[in-house]
Ligand binder design. Sequence first.
Ligand code: SF4
Length: 764
Amino acid sequence: MKKPPREEPRDDLTVTPPKTWAAGVPAVVHALEYSLEQTSPRQSAVDLLTMNQVDGIDCPGCAWADPAPGRRHRNEYCENGAKHINDEATTRRITAGFFREHSVSDLGRRSDMWLNQQGRLTEPMVKRPGSDHYEPISWRDALNLLAEELKALDTPDEAVFYTSGRVSNEAAFVLQLFARAYGTNNLPDCSNMCHESSGFALHETLGTGKGTVGLDDLHHADLIFLVGQNPGTNHPRQLSALEQAKSNGARIVAVNPLPEAGLLRFKNPQKARGLIGQGVRIADRFLHIRPGGDMALFQALNRLLLEAEDARPGKVLDHAFIDGCTSGFEEFAEHARDVSWDDVLAATGLAREEIEQVRDEVLRSERVVVCWAMGITQHKHGVPTIREIVNFLLLRGNLGRAGAGACPVRGHSNVQGNRTMGIWEQMPDSFLDALQREFGFDPPRAHGLDSVNSIKAMREGRIKFFLGVAGNFVRAAPDSAVTEEAMRSCRLTAHVSTKLNGSHTVCGQTALILPTLGRTERDRQAGGEQFVTVENSMSEVHTSRGRLKPASSLLLSEVAILCRLARRTLGDGPGNVPWEEFEADYSAIRDRIARIVPGLHDFNRRVARPGGIRLPNPVNEGVYRTATGKAMFTSNACHVPRVPEGHLLLQTLRSHDQWNTIPYTHNDRYRGIHGSRRVVMVNPADLNALALTGGDRVDLVSVWHDDAERRAEGFEVVPYPTARGSAAAYYPETQVLVPLDSVADLSNQPTSKGIVVRLERAVP
Ligand code: SF4
């Protein structure tokens, strides 16, 4: 068994120039180094050789799609995927002795990096009221305790059931079924905090919450926008798709406040010339935009396209598409023609010529894809920004045809599948009606609580029970101090987890840790060995089957935990849900999903085929389930992020050595940051204006209307080519700065990419 680190690593910052290319030999070396630090060469080989292969393990790292069966590489994974999978497959173990040695208070002072490095959880643990230690508890007692607590609540709406995107389709379906049979729609998820703005805007304008493109569309696009995303770190195999697109002649426009290495050049480690050569240039144009300026950019592009049409009538816009498939064009066009260049230039920080050059790229292109991620969604105006992207695509008919479309790039591996399975506090009546028909109980119809509203409800004493299935809710949520206080006010908090994280240290009066199987492990139930299914960012549903021996004989699968909890809580009712049968054989769950979720008919047979099922997207069939029955142009007031004198607009971001909320090391190789995460990256010209210099120690203080001061202490200043007027610092350390009430209009998503801060010299 590998030994975990005893002590926290010290901050010891060194800074080197940011890299101008991603992957290559260092990616292979780092992946192997981390994997072998965690697990044996044999286990690592089993994981890596089956990862992302047909009938293998789906990488938990992100939701990027796999190439079609037959076109997959023998090593179909990236550096980060290899690290993530072997982080789970670690041979380090946490036993009861660990919890005797470390009190909850002690663990609460540890970093999430240290907690994660201690290894896999191996048996259920409970922290009882008044105690400062977790102690072992049997599964039977743990589940009884949870069930009794649920039965004792005044109303089912005093409970919330949180999920992260690591959860399989089968577990997600069972969880939402349990919550609704119990009587609540309180089903917050991590999507509330990452792509809620995408879902809202796409539903409203196109009638689907999902992206419209597949990998082949990217390969055959002739212009691809990468907006507010960092593929080199957050979905690295996207770079292989972009490389292929470029070899087919595509041009790429990258739009970001930081010139991330993965946006600039890629050396594909799957190819010999990628390992030893110069690699492929990714961005043909890089727009160094201010955070939150993307809406103004697309408004300006839309105006320029309308003007180009005026100059060459009938040659620029796709009139057949606009007339036949869209609504609201006239009103939109009138509004778009009035967009002010002063506002555009102030919001974007770009020169007008740069935007005009992009217009020319668009005019030369027949097939355009726009990819985006949290650099777009996590702003107050995230929803209108995506509406403007949709307007942009509609103008030239770049939807519903090969090589064109909208591509919101999801982070968690099954975050999209969870929604398909009903993990949403606002599922439509059509889904709830189908549940009612299938299982014979009446699901609650009132909308439940999302993540932000769950925290508010806890704070107000309206939530007493929190169950988190996977994830690290306390760290992923905004306003860390407020969230922690809210969680502590619960009567019971429980987490279904593979490894220890910060959320286990922020306890309700009673707290439970329910250890579960990981993706890499064999899942044997009464009906034999099981596999699960997941859905990637491109709506492909496929299997995932673990190969390794479970980390402990005491682990239960997520499905088993939830089915047993449902039986203990609900007894024989309501309706007729066969929980025991579901636990024994997951194909019984899939049979029911097949009758409830459109597009998954004959689920068991079809998902067993290599590559699985691609869920139909109505947009690609010319169907728009919107208020007008057509794709909707919208008119949106231009948003110019305003930052008071002496302040900066902060975006939170992940380092390259990090998986969601969990850092693996203190290094961020591509950005040249080594040995510390408490750094704030600021443009040298802004540092000059603030009379600061590299190496100064500062506190970050966020400025919000509620007058409460939110402070993240002791950050070292690093001069960095961030867009003027902006700063960047790591998540989740800076979540403390994101006010709970600072959310995107309409989607209620926290605005972690647009926080006004001032930098105060730290008191030595
Ligand atoms: S791109 Fe994403 S899914 Fe693919 S191997 Fe890397 S982390 Fe895993």
